[in-house]
Design a protein around this ligand. Structure first.
Ligand SMILES: C[S@@+](CC[C@H](N)C(=O)[O-])C[C@H]1O[C@@H](n2cnc3c(N)ncnc32)[C@H](O)[C@@H]1O
Length: 446
């Protein structure tokens, strides 16, 4: 069998992401699936792929200075070989620079023999000149400096500087390039947190309790978690703590009827089913049929029977649900700028226009969601973004147009370390250490 070359796999994944606009997690999964690859190599491939995407603007800034060929004329494969090499030299202390250069030269020889001299020359030139290539914050425009240093598009840095100020923005940008721990939610329908902890430790994982929710566990050294027996037995679900907080704010009770309008892949649906002790009903909708399947798969694995998943566009009104629900959740499609740590390509794919469009979509879905709520019932709005035009902006616009609703107090459903004066919760990765999320809750009073 051919020896697995981690750098080669990382290269293929990076080219796939750029050429086909693939999502990093899906491209990685596809490339690693069915490969006999040790956990250590699997982690190295993942580290290279995420590291390069996270730092792409910075790596390209250096390549642009050193290259004799214009950036847009460099073949994608060669460009990514350079990025992988520079990423290792600059960011991975444990890899000697000479090894990073030699391995990249070997790789380019196999893939684009004619570019061998170019790659070798550029990398050696970096090693000679690296001191003079460091960014000089004092003499640069602050937005330009932050944009290159932390590889976020300039328009986004400008926006965040305006919204949050320099210190906050730099903290956020820095954290966005960190790797978050993998977090899982105990399936309390099948086990307890302490029993699951023991099980995972016995399976060779490093496990720690979460910071905010009683079901959460952080996993230190997971490589292929879905292969674990405990996963296949449905003892847990992979889910960030921010996302778990949403279901706690919804606070569904056993016997409730809950409508979850944007539900796939079912993280919050299945969590709410747990909180309902698998009693009552959850109608879980998603616009994409292939994603509806994921809700059903998750429910089956976790032993949940109260979920009725369907393919439906929540912008449409389903009159059969009018005033039927005790609780409605709109976990809305959003710009996703709170989860850049997990999906770093998000920062390159967004635009101001898209943020505006998505805020309108959220408002449309919320307006319909409101119509399904019983008198005295609740509507919860959540996103995985930190953008004010969505979040607080949409929350205010919803309240202006829906006089039957008022903001409900969410504090009693939050852990003490997250209680807030405001009647909504905005989480930031660099402040709370979990995904950037927004959560608020409306009560139908009339
Ligand atoms: C943030 S994700 C939901 C995550 C899910 N609640 C969970 O916890 O696993 C938003 C979902 O909304 C779906 N979506 C987008 N537009 C929609 C629409 N018009 N109607 C229903 N679902 C929609 C997307 O397919 C996506 O799965």
């Amino acid at each position: 069998m051919e020896k697995i070359n981690a750098r080669r796999i990382a290269l293929d994944v990076l080219v796939d992401i750029e050429k086909n606009n693939a999502f990093s997690n899906i491209a990685l999964q596809r490339a690693l699936k069915n490969k006999e690859i040790e956990d250590r190599d699997r982690r190295f491939v993942t580290e290279l792929v995420y590291g390069v995407i996270e730092n792409k603007i910075y790596l390209d800034y250096i390549i642009n200075i050193l290259s004799k060929i214009k950036m847009n004329k460099i073949k994608l494969e060669v460009l990514n070989i350079l990025r992988i090499a520079l990423y290792q030299i600059i960011f991975l202390d444990r890899i000697p620079s000479a090894a990073a250069v030699n391995e990249s030269v070997k790789l380019v020889k196999k893939i684009e023999f004619g570019a061998t001299g170019y790659v070798n020359g550029l990398l050696r030139s970096y090693l000679r000149r690296m001191d003079e290539l460091t960014l000089d914050k004092e003499h640069m425009d602050i937005a330009e400096y932050l944009s290159i240093r932390y590889s976020h598009p300039k328009w986004l840095v400008d926006k965040w500087l305006q919204d949050f100020g320099e210190v906050f923005t730099e903290g956020l940008l820095k954290e966005n390039n960190e790797t978050p721990p993998l977090t899982v939610r105990t399936n309390t329908l099948k086990t307890s947190k302490s029993a699951l902890m023991k099980e995972l430790i016995a399976e060779g994982l490093e496990v720690e309790a979460g910071k905010y929710t009683q079901e959460a566990l952080h996993i230190g050294n997971a490589a292929s978690i879905e292969k674990l027996k405990s996963f296949q037995q449905g003892l847990f679900q992979i889910q960030d703590e921010s996302s778990m907080l949403v279901s706690h704010v919804v606070n569904p009770r056993p016997g409730d009827f809950v409508a979850d309008l944007c539900a796939a892949p079912g993280g919050k649906t299945t969590h709410m089913a747990q909180l309902m002790e698998n009693k009552g009903k959850i109608s879980a909708w998603d616009i994409h049929a292939h994603k509806v399947k994921l809700i059903n798969e998750a429910a089956r694995r976790l032993g949940i029977t109260i979920v009725d998943a369907r393919c439906f566009d929540a912008k449409e009104l389903d009159e059969t649900f009018l005033e039927k629900a005790d609780k409605v959740l709109v976990d809305a499609p959003c710009s996703g700028l709170g989860i850049i740590r997990k999906k770093p390509e998000i920062k390159y794919n967004k635009s101001l226009e898209e943020i505006e469009g998505i805020a309108e979509l959220q408002l449309d879905i919320l307006k319909n969601g409101a119509k399904y709520v019983k008198k005295g019932g609740y509507l919860v709005y959540s996103t995985c973004t930190i953008e004010k035009q969505e979040n607080v902006g949409v929350m205010k616009r919803f309240l202006e147009g829906n006089q039957d609703f008022e903001l409900a107090d969410i504090n009693e459903t939050l852990p003490e370390n997250l209680r807030t004066e405001q009647k909504y919760l905005q989480l930031y990765p660099h402040i709370h250490g979990i995904d950037g999320f927004f959560i608020c809750k409306f009560r139908r009073v009339r």
